[in-house]
Design a protein around this ligand. Sequence first.
Ligand code: F6P
Length: 346
Amino acid sequence: MSENENSPKTLRRIGVLTSGGDAPGMNAAVRAVVREALTNDVECVGIRRGYNGLIRGDYYLMHGQEVSHILSRGGTVLYTARSDEFMTPEGRQKAVDVCRFLGLDGLVTIGGDGTFRGALELSRLGVPVVGVPATIDNDVGCSNYTIGFDTACNTAIECVDRLRDTMSSHERCSIVEVMGRRAGFLALYVGISVGATAVLIPERDLDFEKDVIEPIREAKFVGNTHFMLVVAEGVCMDEKFPGVHTVFDLGNKIQREIGMKPTVTVLGHLQRGGKPTARDRETASRMGYRAVKALAEGRYNLIIGTQKGKIEEIPIEEALEMKKTVQMERYYMLHDLQNRVPRNLR
Ligand code: F6P
C-alpha cells in the first residue's frame, strides 16, 4: 500500500471503470464509488468500456442521480471490454495521458486478475489505482470472495434444479458445464449445492474411470436412476481426458462406456447475467466504499479484498502474487455426501 510523496494531497477527481468479464454486483460497486466520492466532494468520471475506453477517452462525469436504481441490475452500466491495445506500452501510455488530461487523482478498477495486472502497469506509470475484485470465477488470490460469485452460483443452481426435474423423470444422465476456464470454484459450489454425482474441476488431475464412471456406477448400484455431472469449462479446454475437447465429447465417451446417452447442457453466459444477490450487492457496496475511502485517505496501489469476512487493503504487487486454491476438503465432502455403497460392501 503506497502512502508516499506522490500521495494525492487533496482528492479532487477520480475515475472508475469495469473491465474483463462482467459480474453481477459490478453496478453496486460503481454506485458505491460514485456516491462515496460525491459525499467527499470528489468528482467521479465514469470510463466506459474498460481500458479500451480509457485509451480512447470514452468518459463522462457521473452524478449521484445517474447511479440511482443500478444497485439491483446485473451487467455493468459502464460497459466492459478486454483490451488488446492496452497490452502494448503505447496503449498504456495513451491511457496514462488520458488520466493526466482528465486530472484524475485516482482510478478505481473493478474486475478480475487481468484488470489488476493492467492497474499495476498504470500504477508503475504514476497513476494511483485501487482495485475491486469482481468476477464470477472467484479466482482472485488476495480475496476470499469476488463480487458476482454468489449470484452466478444461484443462477446455475436454479438451472440445474430445473434440469433435474425433467432429467430425473426420464431417468437420464445429465452433464452441465459451468463457467471457469482456470478455476473450479463455481463448479464445486454448484455441485455441492445440487448434490451432483460428480464434479470435475480443472485444478485436479482427472481419471475418466475413477472420477466419472465409478461415481455413476456406484450411484446406480445403490438405486439412483438419474446422474448429474457438473463440469467446469476448463476441464475439456485443457483436455483433462485424452481426446475429449468439449463436454459433448465427454458425453459420447460416457455413452460408449455405460451405454446411456447423457444430455449435455452448457450454461454459458447465462450465468453471468441477472440481478445480484444480497451478498453481491452488500459486498460490492462495502468494497466500492472502501476503495474511495482509501484514495481519500491517501492510500492507493492496492486491492480491496475480503479476508475472514473483513475488508482488507492489500498492496497490489503483493496481491497479484497471492494464490487461492479450490478447497479440496469441499471436494471430498461432496463425495462423502453421496448416496453410496456402504464401506463394508465396497
Ligand atoms: O468472467 C470470467 C469468465 O466467466 C470465465 O469463466 C469464462 O471462461 C470467460 O469469462 C468467458 O468470457 P468471454 O466469453 O466473455 O470471453
